[in-house]
Every structure is written in structure tokens, then in C-alpha cells.
Design a protein around this ligand. Structure first.
Ligand SMILES: [Zn+2]
Length: 749
């Protein structure tokens, strides 16, 4: 083969390989195909062999399921992958209930009302529809932003549940947006423009004379992102048409500005323009969109982060997160590690120095000095959008380093405590709070003055956090499971069913965690792979069994427990994570802390009482009062108070941060039940009881039997531990091995 023919063959082979990576994810392309491409290069096979390879790869690219429209460019620097949310179904529980309430609202909302500002701006009839209020009122400067969130949420509702009403809402809405965009000449707008406010606001922004409070690029980002989600999740051709026309307008509008002019423009909040333009590159393969994305890199914010400097003090918080997410997306498009460092440093600084116990950050929508936590426990803490964005950034980073549990420890903390509780469960439309107040006697249901100052409403609020709340509650299933070429990652513990179609396997997770300490994962078919289970850094003494026997794997806190085996139908993994009290101390005051029980931040129920300072909690008084719910009592300022999960903190005044007195009750034991039915006689049977803070917890072992035959290294039955009432001797050849002071098992040496 001549050098020219060879390099041409290899180049084409590699481009097909890249396409395949994007379409199929690692299961199909890793191993065989990568080695095929490499062998094409190394061995300089014949042209015929290369052509045969390309044909076979091309066939495979057309047989992969997933999103309605898949990206055509693979992400660089990534070693774990999310499942499409159509592959994960939520089981009954709080997450499913949140999802259902939001979906009810999504299907209820009148798209003629939602089209009002677009039709009006693009000089079309509003067809007698009523005006919206709040942040979508015809007089509100950045009207027309919420519709982008609705498009994303409708698309996700469809992707998750194949709900035809959600897809109709989305496609009907987009069809009308196309009519608006097509009327631009009559409206006096440039080709492709689409918004609820005049294009002249961009002229004013570029001239430095925009004073009406508008954040025009922020709105354009929302519309682009919504159209993108409708295109890729539903496959709607109109969405692609409108999206590419609007993106073309973005290119034209920004191409004429100098670098310094553009940097001045970027001083006004501009949302996730780098993110959505990068995504457009992944979806189309057109590098034009990366070029346009780069124009939105805001040097004043990104440069200090590249140097790992915390210069966040005083910045409007939610303006910044999308810039970091954009950097993460640009890293995966380019492989340029500078982008990755920016995103990673921003995440680390925010999590470690600016986040409250519930995972949220910011006060009065702004960052303050590093570690200023107790200093800012006010009514307007933890804007919801910030946490929505931090969770997106967390996903972006974890897939580049999936051996670290740090990311999903944070994800669980924020999703469970702030975001699940952002929604009001008493509202059938799932309305949400803007802030999560952390002042003593604070309460949820606090929004900005324009939009009611309360929970969101059907048509009179439409603030940013309502929009991101719609997205959050339509993608709750998207981060429970991930995969790589040989593994399944279990990052979150929630009742759910994963249809791992690439392996023709279903994994059913059954749990009431965090009310109980155990989750089970049942596998329904035969195949060989590794299940990697996140062991939270805050945990201690996690026990994992497979079919009732010890999994025999490390469960060290802050690692992934890795169970490698050839799975058989019905194999069941049981994970028990001991739940105990712990303190999350404020960075700036060691005598001020939130109390957690396992992953759950607790709050005290103060009814309608107003407080002026953090009550002093007698830590030793804390005790759980129910095994079927997360109900607790404790003594604060000398009075008995009831405590429960912060995610259930709606409809009353609460306390999250306390002044501290004394020490927490001692840690309790694992409530493990082991039951096996393998051959021969029962060798151990009994139970463990322990009392913690007045609560008695019991560990029961029943019918633990030892196997027969040679080569069996499993263990069967508990044989000792604090409070153990059964036999303490194991039958030969087994010996009693302790995993902690509460728990031991009969093991072969
Ligand atoms: Zn917001």
C-alpha cells in the first residue's frame, strides 16, 4: 500500500471509529473495534481489508438505540457514560412523585399563553391569548426565557416516559416559533432572530447603553437549549431548523465584534452560550459552532480559575456556573486541558469554600468571601438555579474521573436535600421555591418580589428557578446509573429500573433509602461485568452481600466497591449503609453546624414560630423515634423539638443550622439480615441488638448455612459482634472474621 493510500485508509477508518464512539458508546467500540482500527494502522492491511472494516463499522452505527438524534462527534477525555433517560424508569417514591407533579403542570400549561411574547414581538397575532405575569409579562425585560425551559422539560418528559402529550406540547410550540422566525422581515429583525423582545436590545448591549435590565444572551441560551433538547430527544425537524437558523444569527451577530467588544458584552449575564454552542458541534460535527462558542469565553472570570484562584467574592453566582459548564464542554470537544482545569477548579472551590450543608451556595444571589457560611444564614440563601447548574457541572466532571466518589457524594447531598425539597409536595403542579432559606426559623416558598415572593405559580411567576425546577424534576433518573466498557456504576440509591439494552440486561433497584439503610439491585440475565457501587465518604461499615453471602469486596468509605462476576438471572446485591448522626460544621464557625442522619440533612420543625438566632441543640438528646420514617426528637434551648429531613421542610418554619452543645450519640450498628439457603445444616443463627439514643436496632441472621464441596470460599452467617446472641464458633474449615465491632462472618481463610 502506498503511503498516500494507507494514510487515506487510516484516516477514513479513524473517522468512522470516531463516529462509532459517538453513536455506540464504549461497549461496542472498545476492544475489538479499537484494535481493528489500530491493526489497520500497524499492519498496513490491504485496501480491501480496510474497506471491509469500514463497511462493518458503518453497519453497526445504524443499529444503535438511544436518543432520537444522537451526536456525531465523540467527547474527548471521558471514561464513563450516562444512560439515555429513556433507559431508566423511576420506581415509586419521592422522586417519582416529584416527577409526576411537574409532568402534570407541563401538560396543563396553555401554549398559546406561552407564545404570547414571541408572537407579539415577531408581529403575529396573539390569537386572543392572555398575557403571562412575572418574568414573562410583556413588560418584563427578559421575557421569553422560561419557554426554553419548558421545551427542555417537555422533551425530557417525553424521553423519560414516551408521553405523547409532552411531545405534542413541544412540537406544537416549536411549529409556532418557526412561524415567528419566518416573519422576521415583517418584524424588522435579521434572519434567524427569535425572542420575546426586540433585536435592538442587542444593539444597546453592544453599545453599552442597555439599561432596561435585560440579559439578552441569557434568554437566547435558554431558547437554543430548549430547541436542542426537542431536536435530540423527540427528533423534531422544525426544532432543528429553528435552532440552526437562530444559531446562525448568533454567529452573524457576534462575528462583527472585536475581542474587547465581546468581552464587554460578556459582562452582562449570558447563560450557557458556550455550552449550547459546543453541544451544537457534537450534534452536527460542524466546527463553526466551536468557533462561535469561543467568543463567549469570559476571560475576567475564567482566567483566575485557570490559576486556581478563588476570585468569586462579590460575583453574581448564577451568572458564573454556565461559563464553567461551557468550559467542561469545550474541553471534551478540544482535548485542551486548560478548559478542564477551569471547570475542575471552579467546582472544587465552590463545593469546599462556598457551599452550605444542603449543597446550595450564594446569599442574595451572590458569592461572598471563601468559607463565609455561618456569616450568611439568611432568608435568601441557596438560589435553586445555582444547584441545578452545579449538578450539571458535577456530571460533566465525574465522567472524566469516575473512580472518585467526591462528585456523586456532592450530587447526592445537593439533589436529596435541596433540590428534591425545592418542590412543594402539597401542590399538584409541583411549584417550587427560588431560595432555600437557612436563617433560624426560615421557610421555603420564597421567590423574588416580581413573581409573587412566594412559591412559583401557574402563570404569574416564571422566574429562572421555576424554569430550572421544571428541568430538574423531569430528569431525576439521569444520574443513578452510568457505564463503561466493562462496568455498571451505581451512583445514587433510588428505586428504579435500568434497561441496559446494550447488554440485554435489566437491573432493578429496590429501596426506601434514606428512610431505611438498605438497597437491593437485582440482575435479570447472564453476562460478565463489574458492578461499581459508590460508598459515600461519610459512611462507615457498609456491608454488601450477593445472594445473601458476603460480596467479599472492599467497602471503604469514599471508594467504589467493585463486584466482578458472571451474573446469573436473579442475582441480588444488597447494600447496607449504616445511618448515623453526623455534623456538618460551618467553615467559619465550629460551634455552628447542621445535623445529618446518613445523607439526610435534618431540620427542626418550629411551626409558625419566629426565631432571631440559632437555637442551641443538645446533641446527645437526638434520637430517632420511628423505623418507618425519618422522625427524630431532640432538645434545643431546653425544649423538645421534632426533627425530620430538610427535603420534607415545607409549610413550616425550620432550623437547619444550630449552635452546639455536647456530643452526638454514639454510632449505631448495621441492621443487616442475612438469609441463605445453601445445603447442609444451619451453623449460626441469632440476632444482635443495640441501643442508640433510646432507639433499639436489631441485626438478625437466619438459616445461615455452610456450603459443601471444595473450592467454595463464600461465607455464611454471622458469628459474633457486639450484642450477638448466637454461636460464636464456626464449623471447620471456617473461622469467625470480624468486619467491624458489630459484625462478623464465617469465612474460609
Ligand atoms: Zn434561579
Amino acid at each position: 500500500m502506498s503511503p498516500f493510500v494507507f494514510s487515506s485508509c487510516l484516516s477514513r477508518c479513524q473517522s468512522v471509529f470516531q463516529l462509532l464512539k459517538a453513536r455506540t458508546r464504549p461497549l461496542l467500540y472498545d476492544g475489538t473495534m479499537q484494535s481493528m482500527c489500530l491493526s489497520c494502522g500497524r499492519l498496513r492491511q490491504t485496501i480491501a481489508a480496510c474497506l471491509a472494516l469500514m463497511i462493518s463499522l458503518t453497519i453497526l452505527t445504524s443499529t444503535v438505540a438511544g436518543q432520537a438524534v444522537a451526536p456525531v462527534v465523540a467527547e474527548l477525555g471521558v471514561s464513563a457514560y450516562p444512560f439515555d433517560i429513556s433507559q431508566v424508569t423511576l420506581g415509586s417514591g419521592r422522586w417519582q412523585e416529584n416527577q409526576a407533579r411537574t409532568n402534570t403542570y407541563l401538560k396543563f400549561v396553555d401554549i398559546n399563553r406561552m407564545l404570547y411574547v414571541f408572537r407579539s414581538n415577531h408581529k403575529l397575532s396573539t390569537n386572543g391569548a392572555s398575557e403571562n405575569g412575572g418574568w414573562d409579562a410583556p413588560s418584563f425585560p427578559f421575557r421569553g426565557h422560561i419557554q426554553g425551559h419548558f421545551l427542555s422539560a417537555w422533551a425530557q418528559c417525553y424521553a423519560q416516559l414516551r408521553d405523547s402529550t409532552c411531545s405534542s406540547q413541544a412540537t406544537n410550540f416549536v411549529a409556532e416559533l418557526l412561524l415567528c422566525q419566518n416573519n422576521n422581515a415583517a418584524a424588522g429583525f435579521a434572519t434567524g432572530y427569535l425572542s420575546g423582545f426586540p433585536e435592538s436590545d442587542f444593539s444597546a448591549l453592544e453599545a453599552g447603553t442597555l439599561t432596561n435590565g435585560n440579559v439578552p444572551w441569557y434568554v437566547i441560551h435558554k431558547i437554543l437549549a430548549g430547541l436542542l433538547d426537542v431536536w435530540r430527544n423527540i427528533g423534531d425537524g422544525n426544532a432543528k431548523t429553528v435552532l440552526l437558523a437562530l444559531a446562525g444569527w448568533v454567529d452573524t451577530r457576534t462575528a462583527k465584534l472585536s475581542y474587547s467588544q465581546m468581552q464587554n458584552v460578556l459582562n452582562t449575564e449570558f447563560g450557557g452560550m458556550t455550552e449550547v454552542l459546543s453541544d451544537l458541534y457534537y450534534m452536527t460535527g460542524n466546527t463553526q459552532w466551536l468557533t462561535v462558542a469561543k467568543r463567549f469565553e469570559h476571560a475576567a472570570v475564567l482566567d483566575p480559575l485557570e490559576l486556581d484562584e478563588d476570585s468569586l467574592n462579590g460575583l453574581h453566582a448564577n451568572t458564573q456556573f454556565p461559563k464553567w459548564i461551557g468550559a467542561a464542554r469545550e474541553y471534551k470537544a478540544s482535548g485542551n486541558t486548560t478548559y478542564h482545569n477551569i471547570a475542575l477548579n471552579a467546582w472544587t472551590i465552590t463545593v469546599n469554600a462556598h457551599s452550605y450543608a444542603i449543597g446550595g451556595n450564594s446569599q442574595a444571589e451572590h458569592f461572598h468571601a471563601p468559607n463565609a457560611i455561618a456569616a450568611y444564614l439568611t432568608t435568601d440563601t441557596a438560589e435553586s438555579c445555582n444547584s441545578y447548574n452545579m449538578l450539571k457541572l458535577t456530571r460533566e466532571l465525574w465522567v472524566t474521573n469516575p473512580s472518585s466518589t467526591t462528585y456523586f457524594d456532592f450530587y447526592e447531598r445537593t439533589l436529596m436535600n435541596q433540590m428534591i425539597g425545592q418542590q412543594n409536595p402539597a401542590d399538584s403542579h409541583g411549584h417550587v421555591t427560588y431560595f432555600s432559606s437557612l436563617n433560624p426559623g426560615g421557610s421555603r416558598g420564597l421567590g423574588p418580589a416580581w413573581g409573587g415572593g412566594t412559591w412559583s405559580t401557574d402563570y404569574e411567576s416564571f422566574w429562572c428557578c421555576q424554569g430550572t425546577g421544571l428541568e430538574t424534576n423531569t430528569k431525576l433518573a439521569d444520574s443513578i446509573y452510568f457505564y463503561d466498557s466493562s462496568s455498571l456504576y451505581v451512583n445514587l440509591f433510588a428505586p428504579s429500573v435500568l434497561n441496559w439494552s446494550a447488554r440485554s440486561t435489566t437491573i432493578t433497584q429496590t429501596t426506601t433509602y434514606p428512610i431505611t439503610d438498605t438497597t437491593t439491585l437485582q440482575v435479570d440475565s447472564s453476562s460478565t461485568w463489574t458492578m461499581r457501587i459508590r460508598i459515600p465518604a461519610w459512611s462507615n461499615g457498609v456491608v454488601i452481600t450477593v445472594n445473601g453471602a458476603s460480596a467479599g469486596v472492599s467497602t471503604a468509605a469514599g471508594t467504589y466497591a467493585a463486584i466482578s462476576r458472571t451474573w446469573a438471572p436473579g442475582d441480588t446485591v444488597t447494600v447496607t449503609i449504616p445511618l448515623n448522626f453526623r455534623l456538618i460544621t460551618a467553615n467559619d464557625n465550629s460551634n455552628v453546624a447542621a445535623v445529618a442522619y446518613g445523607p439526610v440533612i435534618l431540620c427542626g420543625d418550629y411551626g409558625s414560630t419566629s426565631l432571631s438566632s440559632n437555637p442551641t441543640l443538645t446533641l446527645s438528646s437526638l434520637k430517632r423515634t420511628s423505623s418507618s420514617s425519618l422522625a427524630f426528637t431532640g432538645t434545643a434551648n431546653g425544649a423538645t423539638i421534632n426533627l425530620g429531613p430538610f427535603y420534607d421542610g415545607q409549610g413550616f418554619n425550620y432550623v437547619v443550622y444550630w449552635a452546639l452543645s455536647g456530643s452526638l450519640p454514639p454510632a449505631t450498628t448495621v441492621s443487616v439480615s442475612i438469609s441463605t439457603t445453601r445445603s447442609t445444616a444451619v451453623v449460626t443463627s441469632g440476632s444482635t441488638t443495640s441501643t442508640v439514643g433510646g432507639t433499639t436496632l436489631t441485626t438478625t441472621t437466619t438459616t445461615s448455612s455452610q456450603p459443601t464441596g471444595t473450592g467454595v470460599a463464600a461465607l455464611y452467617g454471622q458469628c459474633g459482634g457486639q450484642g450477638w446472641t448466637g454461636p460464636t464458633v464456626c464449623a471447620s474449615p471456617y473461622t469467625c472474621v470480624y468486619s467491624n465491632e458489630y459484625y462478623s462472618q464465617c469465612l474460609t481463610s
